[in-house]
Write a protein that binds this ligand. Structure first.
Ligand code: IPE
Ligand code: IPE
Ligand code: MG
Length: 239
């Protein structure tokens, strides 16, 4: 195994948490915090090329977030639609390739159509690969992947003898992406809440207290630069 100290992360994944508390602290409704959080995304995406970050994956809505009130869920869904509508042209112009991961089955048709269109619109871009996890859960992703894998076995396309740890990732939503090198979670919670379970097996984690709407490109740059000083061993003993 090679020592990676000194190298910046190619792929950063972020659990954007703390919007609700940020709004509450200002005496506002939770949705106000989600809007403030959405505005941060652009700043962070824009900062990626300068920091050498090629892949950015952000957790926008989890398979568990449906447990929230109907009005918060509806507000978030409408925010996602508005965001895509407003930002599509700029993302295209800035060389951002957008992808979505997660189960689309529970999302409304209009939103799914907009997601498909944005993926297609930006499919020739290569400057930054932005992946948005929407109705995403790591366990749900592995379950869906296993279902597809089982279908291939049944159809005779895959021999169970050949199933190894290279096989399953090909069925995951992230099949085209490298594993994240660094996972950041804002808002002080030190848990991963079902995010990229398989993919983050060897990721470095950074849990910070800042609430997502307060997360600036400066804080982002500091964390990314700090990553270069970490020694990743991948189970080996470095000499
Ligand atoms: C993260 O902020 C955004 C989503 C989960 C959609 P939260 O809404 O979880 O904010 P807190 O954790 O309640 O402060
Ligand atoms: C994780 O945050 C999901 C997203 C950031 C979209 P949550 O706020 O839903 O996670 P828990 O409930 O604190 O674990
Ligand atoms: Mg939260």
């Amino acid at each position: 195994m090679t020592k990676t100290a000194g190298k910046g992360p190619d792929h950063v994944a972020i659990i954007m948490d703390g919007n609700g508390r940020w709004a509450q602290a200002r005496g506002k409704a939770r949705l106000f915090g989600h809007h403030a959080g959405a505005r941060r995304v652009k700043e962070i995406v824009r900062a990626c090329p300068g920091l050498g970050v090629k892949y950015l994956t952000i957790f926008a809505f989890s398979t568990e977030n449906w447990k929230r009130t109907q009005s918060e869920v509806a507000g978030l869904m409408s925010l996602f639609r508005r965001y895509i509508q407003r930002e599509a042209q700029e993302l295209l112009a800035e060389g951002v390739r957008v992808r979505f991961i997660g189960d689309r089955i529970r999302l409304d048709d209009k939103l799914v159509q907009m997601m498909d269109e944005l993926e297609l619109l930006t499919s020739n871009n290569d400057k930054v690969h932005l992946t948005v996890a929407l109705n995403y859960g790591g366990r749900d992703e592995v379950a869906r992947a296993t279902r597809r894998l089982a279908h291939d076995v049944k159809a005779g396309k895959l021999d169970p003898k050949n199933v190894d740890e290279e096989t399953l990732p090909k069925y995951l939503d992230t099949y085209v992406l490298p594993d994240p090198d660094l996972v950041i979670r804002t808002s002080g919670e030190a848990r991963i809440s079902n995010f990229l379970l398989w993919q983050s097996a060897y990721s470095e984690y950074e849990f910070i207290d800042t609430l997502w709407p307060d997360f600036t490109k400066r804080i982002f740059a500091e964390i990314v630069e700090n990553f270069a000083g970490r020694e990743r061993r991948f189970g080996a003993v470095l000499t």
